[in-house]
Write a protein that binds this ligand. Structure first.
Ligand SMILES: Nc1ncnc2c1ncn2[C@@H]1O[C@H](COP(=O)(O)OP(=O)(O)O)[C@@H](O)[C@H]1O
Ligand SMILES: [Mg+2]
Length: 233
């Protein structure tokens, strides 16, 4: 199976006043297409930084990163934007739904640069909303949703343009045990059949041990102080 995401000896240092934070240290890892991978580790170990590198949000200080076999390290801004639009869906930790917009308006945001939704887009979105049980909330303001509903909308929005790769940063933060279980079952089950691309690659960064217990997880990687190793120890 080819790798959807690859890091080769990647380093990321953030300048921070007079010192430098070495957030990712010599990471080499390949993530198989179609797999559900969890990157675990304590707060501050570099998970968000690694996801942001994979998603092309930030550039590495050194090393090589490939998405679907293509190097993204020296992409120009225009191509970096295209990568984020077409290949990698990213669900941020802070969700970033617009609270004063309805569910529907939030979901259309990725389509604004291309002139808004077509009739086909609308039909597809309606179908997906119904698959995740959110039809009744279509006109609800995002700020009125529960945590679990908000998380589903954020994930649906990341999927509006059908990217083959989905990166989720701490998707179960603020969710109770039942909602967490539901969300994971949905991610692993319905999500993969929600679109034609049943081989979507999913990477979840989390410090939540409940995520590791989910039976659909294919692989766990652990980060400690910017380094990565196989397994959940
Ligand atoms: N933009 C930034 N500027 C300076 N330091 C940062 C920045 N982003 C993250 N860091 C630091 O890099 C380290 C890794 O952070 P992060 O990737 O957010 O870890 P995690 O997601 O595992 O909590 C931490 O020490 C954090 O404080
Ligand atoms: Mg983080």
């Amino acid at each position: 199976m080819p790798a959807a995401l690859e890091c080769l000896d990647v380093d990321k240092r953030y300048p921070d006043g007079s010192r430098v934070v070495h957030a990712v240290r010599g990471v080499s890892v390949a993530i198989e297409e179609g797999s559900l991978t969890v990157i675990r580790g304590p707060s501050g170990c570099g998970k968000t930084t690694l996801l942001s590198l994979f998603g092309g949000m930030i550039a590495p200080t050194s090393g090589e990163i490939r998405v679907l076999g293509r190097s993204i390290v020296h992409l120009r801004d225009r191509h970096r934007a295209a990568l984020r639009r077409d290949e990698v869906g990213f669900v941020f930790q802070e969700l970033a739904l617009v609270p004063e917009m309805t569910v529907e308006e939030n979901l259309w945001l990725p389509l604004v640069p291309v002139g808004g939704p077509t009739k086909d887009d609308e039909a597809r979105l309606d179908e997906r909303l119904s698959r995740v049980g959110l039809t009744a909330q279509k006109q609800t303001l995002a700020k009125k949703l529960s945590g679990g509903e908000r998380q589903r909308v954020a994930i649906l929005r990341a999927l509006v343009l059908d990217p083959p790769i989905l990166l989720l940063d701490e998707p179960t933060a603020h969710l109770d045990a039942d909602t967490t279980r539901e969300l994971l079952a949905w991610l692993d089950g319905d999500l993969r059949t929600l679109t034609k691309d049943a081989r979507r690659t999913i990477v979840i960064a989390t410090h939540d041990p409940r995520v590791l217990e989910h039976p659909g997880v294919d692989r766990t990687l652990s980060m400690t102080e910017g380094r990565i190793e196989e397994g959940s120890s």
